[in-house]
Design a binder for this molecule. Structure first.
Ligand SMILES: O=C(CO)COP(=O)(O)O
Length: 158
């Protein structure tokens, strides 16, 4: 019988300087800006990326470089998801809004699914983001297990 899910048997090492995605829905942008201001000096040591509007606001308010991808409703969540799949993202801080349905809900769900699949640490609100930002692993390399993509394909191509 073919295993229905990939084994988490490959090791991936997150670098000491993390690639961090910062995203917030409109109803949560103020909260993310407030959180990021508190952690500005910490964030400054890492590489920051975000969906278009969020990245622009963060960059202006923090005075830090934040790579801006496409705006969320235009595909930005999918771009972040692709980076996760390609192991080019190390942390996801995503203040998604539990009170506002989004036109791109499928993209939001897809991003959160990929983060769960690839074992990427995720924070969805200020308290969980505090825990991530204060983790001793934030400034150190961190070894973790990810799915074995090659074995998965091999098992489906007997
Ligand atoms: O919609 C978003 C995430 O799902 C965020 O997009 P913006 O940063 O462009 O507002």
């Amino acid at each position: 019988m073919t295993d229905s899910r990939p084994q988490r048997s490959v090791r991936r090492t997150l670098p000491a300087r993390k690639r961090i995605a910062l995203i917030a829905h409109d109803g949560k942008k103020a909260e993310l800006l407030e959180w990021a201001a508190r952690w500005r000096d910490t964030l400054a040591k890492h590489e920051l990326v975000g969906t278009g509007t969020t990245a622009g606001r963060l960059s202006a308010s923090l005075g830090l470089e934040v790579e801006g991808l496409m705006s969320g409703p235009l595909g930005g969540d999918q771009q972040i998801g692709a980076r996760i799949t390609e192991q080019r993202l190390d942390l996801l801080v995503f203040f998604w809004d539990p009170f506002a349905p989004q036109p791109h809900d499928p993209d939001v769900k897809a991003l959160l699914r990929l983060a769960a699949l690839w074992n990427v640490p995720v924070a969805c609100n200020a308290a969980s983001a505090d825990f991530l930002a204060s983790s001793p692993w934030l400034d150190q390399s961190y070894e973790m297990a990810i799915p074995d993509a090659e074995a998965w394909v091999a098992s489906r191509n007997p």
